[in-house]
Design a protein around this ligand. Structure first.
Ligand code: AMP
Length: 115
């Protein structure tokens, strides 16, 4: 996997620009730079976690908070009634491009089913 986790670290530190739409002491949410849907938001932990394989007993509360806030954002963006997708890509076979744990919130149009 590419060593590109610094991109998301810099977004959290506001060292590179991003459309941050939510932040708290645990997580940051911002618009994807190449949106695949009218709403395409990435939610990331503020501490560096490389992939979902590094979720453990100690940090799993951050992971559940990421999902909780993703759903809150979906409601705020008014895409929750029609529905949305939350996607997590892990490593090479999962198609993870950025090696910093993130979930994608996508909605605002009918999205293709994978299965
Ligand atoms: P993934 O394939 O799951 O690793 O997704 C990485 C996502 O990060 C892609 O959808 C990219 O468009 C997005 N991305 C990459 N660089 C940036 C950036 N600087 N700001 C916002 N989103 C980004």
């Amino acid at each position: 996997m590419k060593n590109n986790h610094l991109i998301f670290k810099k977004i959290i530190k506001k060292e590179i620009p991003a459309k941050i739409i939510y932040e708290d002491k645990l997580i940051t949410a911002f618009e994807d730079i190449k949106p695949k849907a009218p709403v395409h938001i990435l939610i990331i932990p503020n501490i560096f976690i490389e992939t979902s394989n590094e979720i453990n007993k100690k940090n799993k509360y951050i992971f559940s908070h990421m999902f909780y806030i993703a759903i809150k954002i979906a409601k705020k963006k008014k895409i929750s009634q029609d529905g949305y997708k939350i996607i997590l890509n892990c490593n090479k076979n999962g198609g993870q491009e950025i090696n910093y744990l993130h979930i994608h919130l996508l909605g605002g149009k009918k999205l293709k089913a994978l299965y």
